[in-house]
Design a protein around this ligand. Structure first.
Ligand code: ACO
Length: 324
């Protein structure tokens, strides 16, 4: 017998305002044609009168409802975000209070950019396996529109806002790949790429959050290799072949990155989940948003074997193999 973390609830939330490529063409020199062919993005949601904690609260409420659990059942909330409400305390503590989680429930944020959700899932899974907690909320949420330079066409067309969450709960497994739950996770980082994708400021340097800047070509190359590597590694850890995978849920940065990764893994397009067309790149929120949306639509079903893979600023990257 082995303790596994099973996904028992899922939720997502997108702000109401939808911005099209044509809308962006009115503020910077770009076109629907350029954005669509280079990135696959058509629309993205942008916050207006909401903050990251508002997005998280709504996604968590949906996830707890799907899990059919009460706030007092939750022992831990982990939020992956680079756009929290305040520099301190963590946005996880704010949401914990708002959701009415019990006294003493653990709450903290993770800063691992677009890999944040996979990092958070791995940490929560390890805490469950060690018996430190039984039930956890794992969330990815961003208001990236707040740190985008809306005069820079190189970056402002890429990003969107949103939140996704899962509830994971301790369950007993046999220790085989037939188990339900998180079967393997693997995390990586390489800080020599610190400057390839970053904000122009920060608390201890400029006392402002700064705007996102990046070396698009370097990010592109690294993303294809690292996303494939992390997916292959978690599959190898469990002796799983591509044929056994029902869906790949890659970080949603760019359709060309996603297609390259699918091809490298030998997966047909129908096995690759794509939401970048209507979400844009929502960083830490992209995987839980895609997961929740596709469970909710009925495309992902109980028992499906999923491989999650993410890469982001740092660079950080990682994967998870999950039987839903
Ligand atoms: N509209 C029109 N033209 C544009 C735009 C735009 N929005 N943005 C850039 N251009 C121009 C550039 O200025 C350049 O013009 P120039 O040749 O006159 O200098 C031209 O388009 C071509 O630029 P390239 O950099 O060669 O375009 P490329 O094909 O590399 O595509 C892109 C750029 C889409 C950013 C690509 O490099 C990419 O997808 N990189 C990955 C970056 C990414 O997804 N980052 C997200 C965060 S990281 C993550 O989530 C993993």
């Amino acid at each position: 017998m082995l303790i596994r973390s099973e996904i028992i609830g899922w939720g997502h939330y997108l702000p109401q305002k939808v911005v099209t490529n044509d809308d962006l063409a009115k503020i910077v020199e770009t076109s629907d044609e350029w954005i669509s062919t280079r990135t696959g993005i058509k629309t993205r949601h942008i916050v207006e009168n909401e903050t990251t904690s508002d997005l998280i609260t709504k996604a968590c409420e949906m996830a707890m409802k799907r899990a059919n659990i009460q706030p007092e059942d939750i022992d831990l909330i982990v939020v992956a975000s680079i756009t929290p409400d305040n520099t301190t305390p963590s946005v996880a503590t704010k949401v914990s209070n708002r959701l009415g989680l019990k006294y003493g429930a653990i709450a903290f944020d993770i800063s691992a950019a677009c890999s944040g959700f996979v990092y958070g899932l791995s940490m929560a899974d390890n805490m469950i396996r060690l018996g430190q907690v039984k039930t956890a909320l794992v969330v990815g949420s961003e208001s990236l529109s707040k740190i985008v330079d809306w005069t820079d066409r190189n970056t402002c067309v890429l990003f969107g806002d949103g939140a996704g969450a899962v509830v994971i709960k301790a369950t007993e497994g046999e220790g085989t790949k037939a188990d339900t739950g998180i079967l393997a996770t693997k995390l990586y980082a390489d800080g020599s790429h610190y400057d390839n994708l970053k904000t122009t400021g920060g608390v201890s340097t400029t006392q402002t959050p700064g705007f996102i800047t990046m070396d698009g070509k370097e990010v592109f190359k690294f993303a294809v290799n690292s996303l494939s590597q992390a997916a292959e590694e978690v599959m190898k850890m469990c002796g799983v072949s591509s044929d056994e995978i029902k869906f790949l849920i890659p970080h949603q940065a760019n359709i060309r990155i996603i297609s390259n990764v699918g091809e490298k893994l030998g997966l047909p397009t129908e096995k690759v989940i794509v939401t970048v067309d209507h979400h844009g790149n929502t960083s830490a929120a992209s995987i839980p948003l895609a997961l929740s949306e596709n469970i909710e639509s009925g495309r992902i079903k109980k028992g499906d074997l999923l491989v999650l893979t993410a890469m982001g600023a740092g660079f950080t990257w990682g994967g998870a193999l999950v039987r839903f």
